[in-house]
Design a protein around this ligand. Structure first.
Ligand code: BGC
Length: 786
């Protein structure tokens, strides 16, 4: 039977049930028609497959899997073939562990260095993020598994992530926040997409017609499954109408009942045809996965080796004064810092992997030709392993600062008393401030290396391997230098993206703000020269020569700018890149083609991608600030009408966007900005808003949550469940409770929070019994027990 035939045999009850999850990780099955559940699992850099009882953030351990370096790390390799190899290994592990859809990669834009999940995302640049994400998708899907790029879209912070509205102008939305997803869908061929928790311009991502229907389905031609982030569904009927397919995890059958009543009770909100359309990709997927062979296992050692290779090719050498690295054979080293015995190699939250094994520096060092001494004054070189603690980077919470913890810097300062030859080896999944960098002679940044990080880093330190990574994000001197510094509005629902397109290097470069390390920066043990740029209609060609003594790899970057323009524009933007391996003394010809994204901009006049006519500057660089070659090309325009008069947008014209006024942003936004809601709590307010609730009980619940949160910060270990609950809206109680709580009950809980205790309690009690009996009745009819 094909999918359409199966759909014709389903009852409305079965159809409605198929559109939400059966348990934490599976969609519903319909055994009478041979439709199996689809099984979902995190995660983006290693499987987090829970056997037995699943829980959202992994209190129950998951099956052992390879922990690869995180996305933020692998992005520094700028190597799509590496991404594809990791993806294929992830796909193999998914297959071995009975998983159909792997919930990754994560590719939200790094708008601010404070986002707690930056370690899971690729870059501040959409082209780099999109190309890397597409490579993972191709790899994962080559193993007959669906990849699921997430979180679509504009989910660039953790604080109140389920109860916030990203307010972003249309052109910035398209060019910065959606382009990476577009590449993952169109070039990667992603078969699943996860809709984000937040609202985008006033409607939840999962019921956002503009995002899901106009753009994802109609413009990009996506024909796969849209799955909600866990607990992200708000109005299920609206979601299904917008062609979102599966609400996860398990809202009980309340959501299914909502759908049925929307079809049958004359509400006219949705038709059965619309439901059929939403079911189609689910049935197609169930058929596609049906014959997957889950008996083969995977090669633990081979995958460990891929993790090691990925960590080597992604590490970035940031400083190397007097060529302190690589260390010569027999160098006397002293190992210091918190991560010598306890590596920090992955982040916290839903992406956390139960690794098949984890290397440590202490164990691995004996395999290298170095002499380890105990005291720093007896060493030739001190290797200082440091970086961000676990609590600093986690799903569910944003970072409080971009500082490395004080206790580590104190240790570093003490070491300088005994030895001036210190090489820092850093672990952190996002950018940090480095006022202490002068205390180091060398700095190797491993990011979050995955389980094989220790040997990978030692390979580079000892020169068995050359460093080849370059930064996929900028390193500002301080957080106050970032374009978004005044736009974090922690306590408001509406988060205005007033900086427009100017995030990361697009801002620093255009507004002339100095950075410590620019986007695209990284050193090598060899050196390169660029020459012979040729610009044609097809793209650029040029030559790179390895002028040093070692074989190595260079990452060449193509940027495009337009000095004379009627549009808001960053000085230049990345449009392509290539990592090339070159033997010492040799040269290679490099070609970076132009594509449909090289000259395009999104016109809010035509509602389409257009090209502005005139001369464009073409730059080839070793980083965003180290331009080696430049040329130009003239393009014919596709439209002459411009969306605004640039003189009305002075901050955007210069890129100096740190203090944009409300009125200026409103002009860019081109419609009235949303007002903050005032008054009583409602089901879409976050639980942390109970702080000022009328009900004393709710204020007490808030205090308990806050207390638990503070304690976890004191301990330095993230309490994931508390973080999740603290930021989630009341509505999510019904979405995350496995059918125990209905929406009606949640509404009654909110009534209690607003000070009407007895009325609310009555609603909760009657709602409980009503929901229980309705669920039971539905279950037995669904599985034909009555
Ligand atoms: C995260 C997703 C993850 C899902 C399932 C959510 O909290 O945002 O990235 O895939 O949980 O664990």
């Amino acid at each position: 039977m094909d999918a359409k035939e199966i759909i014709s045999k389903l009852t409305l009850m079965e159809k409605a049930a198929l559109l939400s999850g059966k348990n934490e990780w599976e969609s519903r099955d319909i055994p009478r028609l041979g439709i199996n559940s689809i099984s979902f699992s995190d995660g983006p850099h290693g499987l987090r497959r829970q056997e037995g009882a699943g829980d959202h953030l992994g209190l129950n351990a998951s099956l052992p899997a390879t922990c690869f370096p995180t996305a933020a790390t692998v992005a520094n390799s700028w190597d799509e073939s590496l991404g594809q190899e990791i993806g294929a290994a992830l796909g193999e592990e998914a297959l071995a562990q009975n998983v159909d859809v792997l919930l990754g990669p994560g590719l939200n834009m790094k708008r601010s260095p404070l986002c707690g999940r930056n370690f899971e995302y690729f870059s501040e640049d959409p082209i780099l993020a999109g190309k890397m994400a597409a490579s993972y998708v191709r790899g994962i899907q080559s193993r007959h598994i669906y990849a699921c790029p997430k979180h679509f879209a504009v989910n660039s912070r953790e604080y109140r992530r389920m109860a916030m509205n990203a307010v972003v102008d249309e052109r910035t939305l398209r060019e910065i926040y959606l382009t990476a997803f577009e590449i993952a869908v169109k070039e990667g061929g992603a078969k699943t997409i996860m809709s984000a928790y937040n609202e985008v311009n006033g409607s939840y991502a999962n019921e956002n017609k503009h995002l899901l229907v106009d753009i994802l389905r109609n413009e990009w031609g996506f024909d796969g499954i849209v799955v909600t982030d866990w607990g992200a569904s708000n109005d299920h009927v609206e979601g299904v109408k917008c062609q979102s397919n599966v609400e996860m995890p398990n809202p009980g059958l309340d959501s299914a009942r909502e759908l049925i009543s929307a079809v049958t009770k004359g509400e006219g909100r949705i038709t059965e045809e619309e439901i059929d359309r939403a079911i189609l990709p689910i049935i197609e997927a169930a058929i596609y996965f049906k014959d997957n062979d889950h008996t083969k296992g995977f090669d633990i050692e081979a995958h460990h080796a891929i993790a090691r290779k990925a960590a080597i090719q992604s590490a970035v050498l940031l400083k190397n004064d007097e060529d302190i690295l690589p260390l010569k054979k027999g160098t006397k080293v002293c190992l210091k810092g918190p991560f010598v015995d306890k590596p920090r190699y992955q982040g916290s939250g839903s992406s956390q992997v139960n690794s098949t094994k984890v290397e440590t520096i202490r164990q691995q060092i004996s395999s290298y030709d170095l002499t380890v001494v105990d005291s720093p004054d007896k060493a030739d070189v001190v290797l200082f392993f440091f970086g961000l603690d676990e609590i600093a980077e986690s799903e569910g919470a944003d970072r409080m600062s971009i500082d490395v913890p004080e206790y580590q810097i104190k240790e570093l300062e003490e070491l300088t008393v005994y030895n001036k030859h210190i090489v820092g080896v850093m672990s952190a999944g996002s950018s940090v401030k480095m006022p202490w960098i002068d205390k180091l002679q060398g700095l190797l940044h491993g990011y979050l290396t995955g389980q094989a990080g220790a040997s990978a880093l030692l390979d580079i330190i000892t020169g068995q391997e050359v460093p080849t990574g370059k930064l996929s994000e900028s390193y500002p001197y301080a957080y106050s230098d970032c374009s978004v510094v005044n736009y974090s509005d922690q306590d408001k629902r509406n988060l205005q993206y007033r900086e427009g397109p100017f995030i990361g290097y697009r801002y620093y470069d255009t507004a002339d703000v100095a950075v410590l390390f620019p986007f695209g920066y990284g050193l090598s043990y060899t050196s390169f020269e660029y020459s012979d740029l040729n610009v044609s209609d097809k793209g650029v060609t040029f030559t790179i020569s390895n002028t040093g003594k070692r074989d190595g790899a260079e990452i060449a970057q193509l940027y495009v700018g337009k000095k004379e323009s009627g549009l808001i524009r960053p000085k230049k933007e990345l449009k392509g890149f290539k990592k090339v391996w070159i033997k010492a003394g040799e040269s290679v010809n490099v070609e970076i083609p132009f594509d449909d994204k090289t000259f395009r901009y999104f016109s809010t006049v035509s509602g389409k991608w257009e090209i502005e006519g005139g001369e464009y500057q073409i730059y080839v660089g070793a980083s965003s600030l180290d331009i080696k070659l430049s040329g130009s090309i003239t393009k014919e325009g596709t439209i002459s009408e411009l969306p605004y008069n640039l003189d009305d947008l002075p901050s955007y014209k210069t890129g100096k966007v740190r203090n944009v006024h409300y009125e200026e942003f409103e002009k860019l936004y081109a419609r009235p900005l949303p007002e903050e809601k005032v008054g009583d709590l409602d089901i879409n307010d976050a639980l942390c808003q109970m702080k000022d609730a009328k009900s004393g009980i709710c204020r007490l619940v808030y205090k308990i949550l806050k207390n638990n949160l503070d304690k976890s910060y004191e301990k330095g270990v993230p309490d994931l469940n508390t973080m999740f609950i603290y930021n989630m809206p009341f509505r999510a109680i019904s979405k995350m409770s496995g059918g125990m709580v209905s929406r009606q009950m949640v509404e009654s809980i909110v009534t209690i929070a607003n000070g009407h205790f007895f009325k609310g309690l009555g609603g909760v009690i009657t709602g409980f019994f009503k929901n229980k009996s309705a669920n039971k009745k539905y279950e037995s009819r669904l599985y034909h027990r009555e």
